[in-house]
Design a protein around this ligand. Structure first.
Ligand code: MV4
Length: 448
């Protein structure tokens, strides 16, 4: 039984967790920094505790203060949301040894999935296809060069502790191998304090397709289809949709069953996502496993008519999933636009400040997840996501039509946002035809 959850996060996801808790009859404790006193998650939670200054390291990343807040408020579980401490195995360990249920998989699973080459090796054992490359970390430049003899160029060097695109280098020839190796190592050391690299064949212009999983503590695991996340800029997703135009029922079942196998192999529990690279020829390869609820979970909720946050909390409390793969039915289409407080015409520069006017779209098929409101001050200390606009329709055309009109209805004044960017993007022929991959945004220019 979970009676009271401390939410170790902020912004729209903190609100989303509070909403799920309210529907489940679970009490909520918000924690917040000094910069978030006027945040909606603070208002809507049953209790709120200020845990420190604006800087994340002093507040939302401060494990001891968060655990102290959990203790004094009498919480019995901690929901980490996404980002911040969501994939920190030490924090998950600390929670569990303080008798606070960490809402997510075990610390050991988080740790294994955080080591990208170990995750790959583990998942490969479960029969999940992986990109050809080094078995584990590269021990030297020479070992890397030898491997490439067999694989062929281009290859990609990735940081073992990386993820989300940092510490990666594509190598096109033997001449550039050494320099790229050293640069990737230096970047990995700087960003993660771990210089270790592994190597893979480089897949050109893949799609990013991810499978949503939900697993209970009793061995039941289901997949809830895929999300198409190829529309990204510098590894920041901007648009996500479900289903993907290029995933047939047959491919969905294949990817889904393989993802479930992988999750079972590692003893997964809770909500999780397996990311795949989908090649032009239809082959797919494991990329990473995310051991958290993701930003883009609403598109899956819409088309599978499930509340992933409630499911995640219920299974964390030890409840059975209560449904099987046969009950998971895809109906319709959903697309999400991330509305960021950014000046998209100036390299997506963050644009914090006061929201002077705020009008949220509505009507059939529209969902908006946001913590913003009129006169809300967007603090400069955190990421720039201010709203997620999700359009549901009976098919992709209807979803796009609703998205179009909802973007027109959405009024945000006082700060620059990515709304005009989305308006232009979803009118492009390539988007409408579903003809895009992870390189798409870099190839086009929406400014002209
Ligand atoms: C790749 C790849 C091509 N081949 N691996 C980027 C994020 C990190 N998680 C893995 N990434 C990639 N790995 C191989 N073997 C291309 C990317 C990649 C990418 C992947 C998903 C979404 C957007 C991307 C943008 C550039 C590169």
């Amino acid at each position: 039984m979970i009676k009271k959850i401390l939410i170790a996060n902020r912004s729209e996801i903190a609100l989303r967790i509070i909403r799920a808790c309210k529907e489940l009859g679970i009490k909520t404790v918000a924690v917040h920094s000094e910069a978030d006193t006027d945040s909606l998650h603070v208002r809507f939670a049953d209790e709120a505790i200020c845990i420190g200054p604006a800087q994340s390291s002093e507040s939302y990343l401060n494990t001891l203060r968060i655990l102290a807040a959990a203790e004094v408020s009498g919480a019995d579980a901690i929901h980490p949301g996404y980002g911040f401490l969501a994939e920190n195995p030490e924090f998950a360990d600390m929670c569990n040894s303080s008798n606070m249920k960490f809402i997510g998989p075990s610390a050991n699973v988080i740790r294994k999935m955080g080591n990208k080459s170990e995750a790959k090796a583990l998942i490969k054992k479960a029969g999940v296809p992986v990109v050809p490359g080094s078995e584990g970390i590269l021990k030297s430049i020479e070992e890397g060069k030898e491997l490439v003899e067999g694989i062929g160029f281009p290859v990609i060097l990735k940081a073992v502790s990386g993820g989300g695109g940092r510490g990666m280098r594509v190598v096109n020839s033997m001449e550039e191998f050494e320099m790229n190796y050293q640069m990737a190592q230096a970047e990995a050391q700087g960003a993660f304090g771990d210089p270790d690299l592994y190597l893979e064949k480089y897949i050109k212009n893949p799609r990013h397709i991810e499978i949503q999983l939900m697993a209970d503590q009793h061995g039941n695991v289901v997949y809830l289809g895929e999300r198409e996340c190829s529309i990204q800029r510098r590894h920041q997703k901007l648009i996500e949709e479900s289903p993907s135009v290029v995933v047939s029922d047959e491919l969905r079942q294949k990817m889904g069953q393989i993802a479930v196998q992988g999750a079972k192999q590692v003893g997964y529990e809770g909500a999780g996502t397996i990311e795949f690279l989908l090649d032009e020829d239809g082959s797919f390869y494991f990329m990473e496993m995310n051991t958290r609820i993701q930003v883009e979970h609403p598109v899956t909720e819409m088309v599978y008519n499930r509340d992933l946050l409630k499911d995640q909390i219920r299974v964390a409390a030890g409840e059975k999933l209560g449904y099987t793969q046969e009950d998971v039915k895809l109906v319709g289409h959903a697309i999400e636009c991330r509305i960021n407080a950014e000046d998209w015409e100036r390299n997506f520069m963050p644009n914090p400040g006061e929201i002077k006017s705020f009008h949220v779209p509505g009507g059939p098929g529209i969902r908006v997840d946001t913590h913003a409101y009129e006169r809300y001050h967007i603090p400069p200390f955190y990421d720039s996501l201010i709203a997620k606009l999700i359009a549901y329709g009976k098919n992709r055309d209807e979803s796009i039509a609703r998205l179009n009109r909802a973007l027109e209805e959405f009024i945000i004044e006082g700060v620059k946002t990515t709304i005009p960017f989305h308006q232009r993007l979803i009118k492009r022929a390539e988007f409408i035809e579903g003809n895009f991959d992870t390189g798409f945004l870099d190839r086009i220019n929406l400014l002209e």
